[in-house]
Structures are given as structure tokens and as C-alpha cells.
Ligand binder design. Sequence first.
Ligand SMILES: [Mn+2]
Length: 436
Amino acid sequence: MNLRPIDYRARHKRAADLMDQGALVVMSQPTAYRNSTVEHSWRQESFFQWLTGFEEPGSCFVLLANRPEGERTHLFVREKSPERELWDGRRLGVDGAAKTLMIDKAHSVESFWRMLPELMGDASRVWFNLGLNEEYDRNFIKALSQHKAVYGKKHLSCKIPIHDSLYLAGQLRMCKSPEELDRMRTAAGITRKTFEQVYKAVRPGMSEKDVYGIIQGEFLKNDADMESYGTIIAGGANACVLHYRDNNQPLRDGELLLIDAGAQFQYYASDVTRTFPVGKKFSPEQLAMYEVVLRSQKAAIAKATVGSTLPAIHEEAISVLTDGMLDLKLLKGSKDEIIEKAAFRRFYPHGTSHWIGMDVHDVGVYNEGGHPVFLDAGMFFSVEPGLYVQPDDETAPKAFRGIGIRIEDDVLVTEDGPEVLTSGIAKEVKDLENRW
Ligand SMILES: [Mn+2]
């Protein structure tokens, strides 16, 4: 696929239009240490990346909606340093940033906190990514005090109003643009190719670790940046741990394998779960539970239309799952009462959807103005119902204990209805049995 280029200046304009003469200050992702001088793998903070495309730590971005073009966007970057570049890699530097990035002015990051009060100037308000890092937060509050000392008397009677930049990020990133859709489709395609290889390879006697190796390898071979989140490879009852991360146990014939994995491509996430037999066939109980979850997922996806809501999708998933739990005698009583008392949570304890974008659990509010957000074209989210019977759950028929099933796809709302970007990944029973 030819990827449409990203026009960062157009993004700045869209942001400024929402900012009512305010200032936006976004810090880059801090470096985290694993131990001593060894760093954890680093990924740029998503909103910073969305605004700049600049992948260096130790940087800060400022957008001033109250200033004329040419003085609106300021990027603060680390200075060139032969000594540090020898150890940590190339730096673009101030001149390089000014020449190559879509910004108005580049500065040394050394001058950032000193310049910030003046940059905020008579801005009507300021957005900041508070809570990313305590040192950033302290310095920001100091800059606010310095700003107040000068501008408080001149323009404002009090401190400048502060907003969480995550809210603005959500407004800008909730409905995906064509160049974002290119990247999301590519991420979904890499995840599809990866599951195809997994379906071909998995056999009884392998370990979860072997499968993890296949997934990591396929992601990288197909040009993913990395995984979008910690991959879950859960054989048998491990699937009943929702965020299972050990990924190191043997896979046995007769058990199911639940894989929750998604490639990240150029900073855009995918998020897919499939559950299938380690061996050739589902057992009757596994099959009965699987069919309930699959029916629920299809019914829920069908509700992903313009004007609908995520709670409406969740309610649809719960309704079908609850019918299934009654049929399978996992639960007794009336459907209405089970739903009203949330008794289904014993076997379905999580939600059905979250926004997906640059972050696998993406920015964007879920409720606004006292009601759930109404779905619109370009919104993108998971639909992931599941059923989990804990291995020690003595209320459940014995043959169901230790079975965990989740089916998850990534759904884009369009004017013509839901489009499942991950639909190419097999989930029908006939495609999951007799894989070899
Ligand atoms: Mn998910």
C-alpha cells in the first residue's frame, strides 16, 4: 500500500482551531530505566508523535494558537553532541529540526523551561500532558508561577486556566483521517499475516514461548514497529487470566489456545484475539462455548453503525452471551434478572470495546454531556466479548471448567456500516479445526 504522507502543519491548524487562542505544551516520552544505565525500550509519546513525527526523547512541543503563522509552532530538541551520539545514536539537533520538520521554530531544549512563561504569554488557556512525569509537572507548575508574576497582572486576574492535553488529543484523534486509516489497515494486515502463520504452525507439544517467537518474528518480518501491547499467549486454563503474560507453558492436545496480539505499524495499533484448538478439534463443551462467543461478537459488530454507542454494542454482546450461559446451564434464572444484577460478570467480567488508534487503548472520551459518545464515521474500536469459566469454579458444570474464550476484532465505523479491518483472520469453526 502506498501510504499517504502525514501533513503535520494541517494537524497543527486543526488543533489551533479547537484551542480558542490557547497554548498547547506537549512533552516527549521520558526514558525509563530497567536497571543501572540499561533502558527499557522507548516509544515516543503518542500525541507528541501525532503533532511532530519527531522520534527523539528529551523534546518538547509548543503550539500557540494566539500567534500568527511563522511563530505558532515551537519544537525544543536536544543539541548535537558527538559524545552522547556515540553511545545513544544520532540526534537531529536544532538546525536539523528547523530544516527538516514541519514547525515554525526550533530551539535547544536547554532553554525550554526558561522560555515557557513568555511563550504562554497572553494565551487564553494552556493544555499540558500533566501526570506523564513528576519532574515535568513540577517544572510546569514553576513556569506557571513565573507566568503569573508577569502576565497575571497584565491580562488575567488569576493563573492561566489549565486543561489536560489528553482531552484535546481525543478530540483530534477520535475520528481517523485517510493517512491514519492507511497505517491502521497496514497494521491489521500484518496481524492477519501473523495469525495465518500461527494457524499453520501450532501443534500439541509446542510451548506458548514457541508461539510467541513466531508472532514476534512475523511482526518484524512484515515491517511492524513492534507489538501494540504485551502479547497474550494462553493455553488451556491460562486463558482465564485476562491479562496473562507468562507465555511460557506447554500446549496440550485437547486444550484451547487464546492469543491476543496486534502489530503496531508506524505508530498505529491493531488488537486481535483468536481462540482455537491446540489439536485438531474442539471438545463439545469448548465448541458450545465458542459458538456462543462468536454469535455474540457478530451481533455486537452489527450494532457498530453511525449514531449507535459503545454501551449499545456492549448490551448486545451481553444479551447474546447471557442467552448462551442459560442454554449451557452456566447460569440459572431469568435473563432480565441476570442482566440487571450483572450476574453474567461471573463469566464475562470485562467490557466489550475500547477506542483503538495510536494507543491500543486510545485517547477519546467515552461519555460527554451526560450521554455515551455517539458513533460517527472514522471511529475505530475493538469488539471483544468472551466467556471464562475459572478452573476452580464449582458452580459450573465440570466439563466447562478451565475454558476461556475471547474473540476480538478491530471495527471502523463508516457511513455504510461497520468495516472490520481484521476480518481476514479466520474465526469460523471450520477454519479453526483440522488446521493440518
Ligand atoms: Mn482489546
